[in-house]
Design a protein around this ligand. Structure first.
Ligand code: ADP
Ligand code: MG
Length: 290
């Protein structure tokens, strides 16, 4: 099974081009869709989830025409939207039971077995009788995964699932996602580089609706080998350095800016070579430098 996106474009009525001729092949396993806020990730996710129309292009999932045959996609889709909306004052168990009925699991005993297994899987069994509205961010996201897994989907879409989670919650969530399996397509959309680094063997980077990279994180990182240079500077050196070098990122380390620049050869000027990482890839691609 494979998801194939070809020349997908979407312009909103206000003129924003959210998807600009995106073509992408997504194999089974965990796939990371990385991009800054406003890149077009949610637009793409909603289009794949059949909730929104594209202007042009095609998408196929195996032999399903995703944009035309929405019913077939929905039968095999698990979706965790970025905004889950209002969390009902309903217990986790009751809500899963309700969703399972909607998804066509009509037999009560089958439903009970399924829901208990899912609650165990996402580590919410002991909280099954509590209202979802009172759950922590991490618990809500794990609940979201449980509901998305009902009906054995072959395509699972999770849109920015780790935003707002604390480090412990994020780790638990990573472990859960990593377990979901190799035989389904899982698309994880995120602006957090670490999400992709830890979970995904294949990835894409998008910004302003355009595809900037697709491939493996390792390949992306190797392509920058020997081209990333770093230097710790003072705050008032920032201006001059960003004028004379191709700055890709700056972060404060103990209150002092540590800058990364992109250069084919040693720039001198006190820079030292830095081992490229996925964050360098992200910023280099977004800046259009590689
Ligand atoms: P991301 O999920 O990567 O943050 P989105 O797909 O939400 O990106 O948004 C992409 C661009 O489209 C942004 O500029 C956003 O403001 C715009 N946009 C998103 N939804 C709408 C909409 N319903 N109407 C108009 N513009 C929209
Ligand atoms: Mg989004």
């Amino acid at each position: 099974m494979k998801l194939t996106i070809s020349n997908l474009s979407k312009t909103y009525p206000n003129g924003v081009k959210a998807l600009d001729d995106v073509s992408l092949e997504i194999p089974t396993g965990m796939f990371g869709l990385l991009g800054p806020n406003g890149a077009g990730k949610s637009t793409l996710m909603r289009t794949l989830a059949t909730l929104q129309e594209a202007d042009s292009g095609t998408v196929t999932l195996g032999d399903i025409d995703v944009l035309k045959d929405k019913g077939s996609v929905r039968k095999t889709l698990g979706y965790l939207p970025q905004e889950f909306g209002v969390y009902p004052r309903m217990s986790a168990y009751a809500m899963l039971d309700y969703i399972a009925v909607l998804k066509g699991v009509y037999q009560a005993s089958e439903r009970k077995e399924l829901i208990n297994a899912l609650l165990e899987k996402v580590n919410l069994y002991q909280h099954r009788k509590k209202n979802i509205s009172g759950f922590s961010g991490g618990m809500k996201q794990r609940f979201g995964i449980a509901q998305s897994l009902i009906g054995n989907p072959s395509l699972i879409i999770v849109d920015e699932p780790t935003a707002g989670l604390d480090p412990g919650e994020r780790n638990r969530f990573y472990n859960l996602l990593a377990e979901i399996g190799e035989n389904v397509i899982v698309i994880l959309s995120t602006h957090i580089v670490q999400d992709v680094r830890e979970l995904c063997r294949q990835m894409a980077i998008i910004d302003k609706g355009k595809l900037l990279f697709s491939g493996s994180p390792d390949d992306a990182i190797s392509s920058l080998h020997g081209k990333i240079w770093e230097k710790s500077i003072s705050k008032d050196e920032m201006d001059s350095h960003s004028k004379t070098h191709r700055l890709i990122s700056s972060k404060l380390v103990a209150g002092k800016p540590l800058i990364h620049i992109y250069e084919d050869a040693d720039p001198g000027n006190g820079f030292r070579s830095s081992e490229a990482d996925l964050e360098d890839v992200f910023f280099t691609r977004i800046a259009g430098l590689a």
